[in-house]
Design a protein. Structure first.
Length: 226
């Protein structure tokens, strides 16, 4: 019988609202510059440059309520409050019209970023992986099952002070649009998560601070930095 030469890694999973069963995480896709105000704050022109994708490894996920260390190799560690889509069905070339049927649920999330490494990567035209896909960089709240999400407010606070606030309807690509677009680039699979982008107001986190992302109707995603 075939074995493994090393113990295989435990599956990555996240807790689900109202259930003891967990959501198995396959991959993490992220949308860049999906709110016009954030595109402008990052020096872009949202009328000329459409949003785009990058990824994080699945085991970068952090459960809400966690305390994590300030990451290595940065002096400018940023929060980005985002809606996270959890896919229940995969596929390629998905039509926007039925893209929502691929959604299993939604969560609040925080796309933690080493902004100085991202700035350096942009300046040297190198990849973003070490700026975005580092350990413990994807905070995700409880996943709430359901395919429809009414237009809701997303709010991010640091130690109780509001730093980001937007209506989800201000996304340049909405959830069906993101799923349809991404499914033309890769074959999506059940368990994939999509971070849908952050609005204006990104900024630095310091040791000792607690950052909470709230999306109306969902459980907040909370992380504390030590
Ligand atoms: Mn982001």
């Amino acid at each position: 019988m075939m074995g493994y030469v090393l113990p295989p890694p435990a599956p990555v999973s996240l807790p689900v609202y109202g259930s003891t069963d967990r959501f198995p995480v396959r991959r993490i896709f992220c949308v860049g510059r999906n709110y016009a105000d954030h595109g402008i704050e990052m020096g872009g022109d949202p009328t000329k440059e459409p949003p785009f994708f990058f990824t994080k490894p699945a085991d970068a996920v952090v459960e809400s309520g966690s305390t994590i260390p300030y990451p290595p190799a940065t002096k400018d560690f940023h929060y980005e409050g985002e809606l996270v889509v959890a896919l229940g069905r995969g596929g390629s070339n998905i039509n926007e019209a039925d893209a929502v049927t691929h959604v299993w649920g939604y969560a609040a999330g925080n796309d933690l970023t080493r902004r100085d490494l991202q700035d350096e990567a942009k300046a040297t035209r190198r990849p973003w992986d070490m700026a975005k896909g580092f350990d413990l960089s994807a905070v995700v709240g409880l996943i709430h099952q359901g395919q429809s999400l009414p237009d809701a407010m997303l709010t991010l606070t640091v130690d109780g002070v509001v730093r980001q606030e937007t209506k989800l309807s201000l996304m340049i690509w909405d959830v069906p649009g993101i799923i349809a677009y991404l499914s033309r680039l890769v074959t999506l699979a059940p368990g994939d998560l999509i971070f849908t982008g952050t609005p204006a107001g990104v900024g630095a986190l310091q040791r000792g601070q607690t950052c909470i992302v709230t999306v109306e109707g969902l459980t907040p995603a909370t992380v504390t930095i030590v």
